[in-house]
Design a binder for this molecule. Structure first.
Ligand code: TMO
Length: 329
């Protein structure tokens, strides 16, 4: 009996020692307590994916802060290491700045999502019979008057968001009688779309995929001349031999994750997790639907997603970094 207890005590001590030493091996990895700063932009899916990344970093024991920035400001801040993580860089919006920043050495890629992206002019399907020939851009060019508003009369209105787009250059190159009107964020754009749909008014506006819109409303992207890189670098390319941008945006664009170049060394496990984090078109549009249509908060949508997808995100949290004593909520 006595020796049994002795064995038990020795065994327990051994287990504790093992536990302790494995813990100290894990914590011997330099774990930085500075907060990881994640950029939040002005459309819904980006905010949701940012918070999912943040929750995963927190589960690994990192501190996280969120910084509101638009897609122009973020590049300088990422380059200088003032912010560290961007979970959604869209080809159609940011391809050029992204490659310039990678070349300058301030940012590095953290992998590409499975989602294929498209960002371009879009209209709800009830517009199509009013303008025969749509979705071809030449039909839209003929029908400009249909889209005139108080602000743009006698030109047609093209409604857009605050993202870097060569729309004015394209309108010029394709000689379209349209004027660009910009609203401040994705929410404002949604509101205008809802108003138009409720009144069945002609509207052509900036839209993107994945988004919630395709899940709820019928509509189409306008088909401009197919994008090729030369369209933006060689004026002689395309229907206008003198001007750039006589084409549409890429139809199957990439969606990348990007970090400040010092991030992988400073928070290695978080970087590994971010590289593994991967969303599909369906995954993103379901998340956006919860917020933009069902009116859940971003925090609620993130909590629902984490609960439903535990196996998935557990597989994104790198083995070397997982702390079994950290509770998974
Ligand atoms: C960058 N965005 C998804 C709004 O086109």
């Amino acid at each position: 009996m006595k020796s049994n207890i002795g064995t038990w005590i020795i065994y327990s001590l051994l287990v504790m020692l093992l536990w302790y030493s494995s813990g100290s091996i894990a914590s011997a990895r330099p774990k930085n307590n500075d907060p990881i700063k994640i950029v939040i932009n002005n459309w819904t899916s980006q905010a949701i994916l940012s918070k999912i990344a943040g929750r995963l970093f927190e589960k690994q024991g990192y501190l996280v802060e969120y910084v509101l920035q638009d897609t122009y400001e973020q590049w300088g801040a990422l380059h200088r290491g003032e912010v560290h993580v961007q979970v959604e860089v869209w080809e159609g919006t940011n391809a050029k700045l992204f490659s310039r920043m990678v070349q300058a050495g301030g940012v590095v890629g953290a992998g590409t999502h499975d989602a294929k992206t498209r960002e371009d002019w879009w209209y709800p399907s009830y517009v199509e019979p009013l303008c025969p020939g749509l979705p071809n851009w030449k039909a839209l060019k003929r029908c400009y008057a249909l889209f005139a508003t108080k602000e743009t009369y006698p030109y047609g209105q093209y409604l857009s968001g605050p993202w870097e787009k060569p729309d004015r250059a394209r309108i010029r190159a394709l000689e379209m009688d349209f004027k660009v009107v910009e609203v401040e964020n994705g929410e404002a754009l949604n509101k205008k779309l809802f108003e138009a749909i409720n009144n069945q008014l002609p509207i052509v506006l900036f839209n993107w995929s994945p988004n919630w819109i395709e899940a709820k409303f019928d509509g189409k992207f306008v088909e401009f001349p197919t994008y090729e890189p030369e369209c933006e670098s060689d004026p002689t390319w395309g229907v206008n031999p003198e001007l750039l941008y006589d084409c549409g945006n890429p139809k199957t664009g990439w969606l990348k994750k990007v970090v400040w170049s010092g991030m992988p060394d400073k928070w290695p496990c978080a970087f590994t997790t971010l590289k593994k984090m991967n969303f599909s078109n369906k995954g993103i549009s379901e998340l956006v639907f919860m917020v933009d249509v069902e009116k859940k908060t971003v925090v609620q949508a993130v909590a629902i997603w984490l609960k439903k997808n535990e196996l998935l995100w557990q597989s994104w949290i790198a083995q070397c970094c997982s702390k079994p004593w950290l509770k998974n909520e």
